[in-house]
Design a protein around this ligand. Structure first.
Ligand code: BGC
Length: 418
């Protein structure tokens, strides 16, 4: 009897020790993300410091690769292995896909307590919520239809900010003739697709973007307008340097920063790189909308989703969600990241000229029905369709298909992927 008691006391001690070991470990929050470029890491530090100030340790799980494709592959492996990270950076339809699988923690109580319903724009709530339940906390709004330009190259060559496709082509011509690279680009599928977002919008306008990229209307996908989109992608390809294949997006930004190239067509995370390099908008670099898309915004929003670790979000998950959504944090973080706040009640005071423009453009586009989810960044369709589009866009950009074949392939690929 005594022996038994002693034995079970010892066992209890072991159980207690392992429980306390678990709870010590649980004070760290593991965060899977793809913010590995200089500007991205600087923004991430704002979040890390916020949590550290609350006594919560940060367990970093970075997966390099812009756009997050590799991160999503690693995530799938972690979940399949029964070991999901506590918090994950995610885009649009990926959130919906995980929510459908029932894997995400329900944030309703935190959202109600903090009044998220009132301050998060409905375009974002579409992805932050699944079946009426909050499943993710949006940290920002990025948009993809931007041009980042080297001001001194433009001034030297007497190039005005291009407002139309023809003016853009004339500008790219001048730069090429000067011996500099006109378009800094990294040949990776998601980067090709980021340019494609803008070219679809510029060529066909908002209704065409909606029909082809969002509604996947086979007529729009297979139209002459789409063929013209591919023709324009070929034109852009002609202004990219020979070493573009596989280059990371931030190295392409560096070409503009270092006076090697005039333009980069990229989302506003590029601004994070310019700022990190100590450059000032309006003085050293220009930010403007891709010619022909001045009134439109193709957006994507980084959100944090929390994998279930019990019935309720853990205290650390809750603390991270609250930190992300605080107005002060949304200002501090997005000033560094290049994006704009995911709440409607944050002042633009702390933001530079590009950030102020980004906030004003977003509000105006939302008001006028010109706000669209970015295809390239998972806000127009689920990953299966997005990846099918990527394949065709990249093959065409690299000369494997002519425009006509690419248009046909796009229709077929999208049909199969649905
Ligand atoms: C994300 C950005 C990120 C970019 C490049 C986008 O999909 O939304 O936060 O900076 O990819 O990595």
């Amino acid at each position: 009897m005594r022996l038994n008691f002693a034995r079970s006391a010892a066992m209890l001690a072991i159980v207690a020790a392992s429980a306390s070991a678990t709870s010590v470990k649980a004070e760290d929050v593991e965060v899977l993300h793809w913010w590995t470029a200089g500007g991205e890491a600087a923004a991430l530090n704002v979040l890390k410091e916020n949590l550290q100030d609350q006594g919560i340790g940060w367990q970093d799980m970075p997966v390099a690769g812009g756009g997050g494709e590799q991160a999503m592959t690693v995530l799938r492996a972690r979940v399949t292995g029964g070991n999901p990270p506590a918090a994950v950076q995610m885009l649009g339809f990926d959130i919906t896909d995980w929510a459908k699988e029932g894997a995400l923690a329900n944030l309703n109580d935190i959202a109600a307590e903090e009044g998220w319903d009132e301050v998060v724009p409905s375009a974002l709530q579409k992805f932050s919520k699944y079946d009426g339940e909050w499943v993710a906390a949006p940290v920002n709004v990025h948009s993809t239809n931007w041009v980042w330009a080297n001001k001194s190259i433009l001034d030297e060559l007497g190039i005005e900010q291009p407002e139309t496709w023809d003016e853009l082509v004339a500008a790219m011509d001048k730069v090429k003739a000067s011996g500099k690279t006109a378009v800094a680009h990294g040949g990776q599928a998601w980067q090709d697709a980021t340019i494609f977002d803008a070219v679809v919008m510029a060529t066909g306008g908002p209704e065409f973007y909606q029909a082809s990229m969002v509604d996947l209307d086979p007529e729009a996908l297979g139209s002459d307008t789409m063929k013209e989109v591919f023709d324009r992608m070929t034109v852009i390809r002609g202004y990219v340097d020979d070493n573009f294949s596989g280059r990371d997006w931030n190295l392409a930004s560096a070409m503009v920063i270092n006076d090697e190239a005039a333009f980069q067509f990229m989302g506003d995370w590029a601004k994070g790189e310019f700022l990190k390099a100590g450059l000032t908008p309006g003085e050293d670099f220009l930010c403007f909308r891709f010619p022909g898309t001045q009134d439109q915004v193709t957006f994507n929003s980084d959100q944090f989703a929390f994998f279930q670790q019990g019935d309720e979000p853990t205290p650390e998950q809750a603390a991270l969600a609250k930190a992300i959504m605080s107005p002060e944090f949304q200002s501090a973080f997005n000033v560094v990241k290049g994006s704009v706040p995911a709440r409607t009640d944050v002042s633009d005071e702390a933001f530079d000229a590009c950030g102020k423009k980004g906030m004003a453009d977003l509000a105006a586009a939302s008001e006028s029905g010109n706000l669209f989810g970015s295809m390239a960044h998972g806000h127009a369709n689920p990953a299966s369709v997005k990846n099918a589009m990527y394949d065709v866009i990249t093959a065409q950009f690299n000369g494997e298909y002519d425009s006509e074949t690419a248009t046909e392939e796009l229709v077929t690929a999208v049909q199969i992927a649905q």
